[in-house]
Design a protein around this ligand. Structure first.
Ligand SMILES: [Zn+2]
Length: 309
């Protein structure tokens, strides 16, 4: 058993307009990585569209309906200062969310040990009733609730190492002690949340803000001293990853200094922990990453560790 990849060409059709960092070219970079000899044999599956029921487990039904109605026939529709819809967005946003549900289905059915969803747009800023920061639907949170409501799991954990705080996931998890969310992120930085004193209920939210220009040392300390012990104590039945690669030192949107080795290291640590507590079951979904080289290096490192190469 190995690593499954969920993706779909519809995710290229989400057009964010000229000069937008969350561009279709990002997915092309990831697909080029998947075509490398070491990853070429990974099974790729078509990401299905999420349905309204899946989306409405974490989003208000009225928000889901309003977003789907807002997809324009031509041109752009702005949902937020930097979050737009284009005619091709419907397929992309539905398949990005659906990919995580399908990955959860496959991993919980034992068809693979773990899975990576190579999709866009990203999701972790999307709140129950608000699109934010390039994110429309919260893909990882939708997958977590899918695991609980459809597969009967109780405890699901999400680790988010995107350089930005996953405010949306935190908002969806904060009142439920059977969901756990841990995040490393640069602070101060967009969206301004993720302070260490935001602890949810029974400490189910764990934020490790990193000062600008922090790098490998600070990141690995946060993971080893705080996140791994907390995950061990929480004992998730499924471990999910919001895999953003914008903490890479080359990324133009932030000032952290992570390297490819850091992304491989953290993934390895999380895979080892999943082996101990939940039969190795990991579902990871792409979040940010806005430098082509940083994104490619980060994805390759992440996949290498997921495959235990
Ligand atoms: Zn980000």
């Amino acid at each position: 058993m190995t690593t499954l990849i969920f993706t779909h060409p519809d995710c290229f059709a989400h057009d964010t307009g000229p000069g937008h960092p969350e561009a279709p070219e990002r997915l092309a970079v990831v697909w080029q990585v998947l075509d490398r000899p070491e990853f070429r044999d990974l099974e790729r599956r078509s990401a299905p569209e999420a349905d309204v029921e899946q989306l409405s487990r974490v989003h208000d039904r009225s928000y889901v309906d309003a977003v789907l109605a807002a997809v324009p026939a031509d041109g752009y529709r702005r949902l937020d200062g930097d979050t737009l819809l284009s005619p091709g967005s419907r397929g992309a946003i539905l398949r990005a969310a659906g990919s995580v549900c399908a990955a959860v289905d496959a991993v919980l059915a034992g068809e693979a040990t773990n899975a990576f969803c190579a999709v866009r747009p990203c999701g972790h800023h999307a709140e129950p009733a608000r699109a934010m920061g390039f994110c429309v639907f919260n893909n990882i949170a939708i997958g977590a609730e899918h695991a609980r409501k459809v597969h009967g799991l109780t405890r699901v954990a999400v680790v988010d190492f995107d350089v930005h705080h996953g405010n949306g996931t935190q908002a969806m998890f904060a009142d439920d002690p059977d969901l756990f969310f841990a995040s490393t992120h640069q602070s101060p930085l967009y969206p301004g949340t993720g302070n260490s004193w935001e602890r949810g209920v029974n400490g189910n939210i764990l934020n490790l803000p990193l000062e600008p220009y922090s790098g490998s040392v600070e990141f690995r300390q946060a993971v080893e001293r705080a996140i791994l012990p907390a995950l061990e104590a929480f004992q998730p039945e499924l471990l999910m990853i919001s895999a953003g690669f914008d903490a890479h030192k080359r990324d133009p949107l932030a000032q952290l200094g992570f390297t490819a080795e850091d992304f491989e290291w953290v993934t390895r640590k999380l895979v080892e922990l999943a082996d101990r507590v939940c039969g190795g079951r990991v579902v990871s979904a792409l979040e940010g990453g806005y430098d082509a080289t940083g994104l490619a290096e980060g994805c390759a490192a992440h996949l290498t560790a997921l495959m235990r190469a």
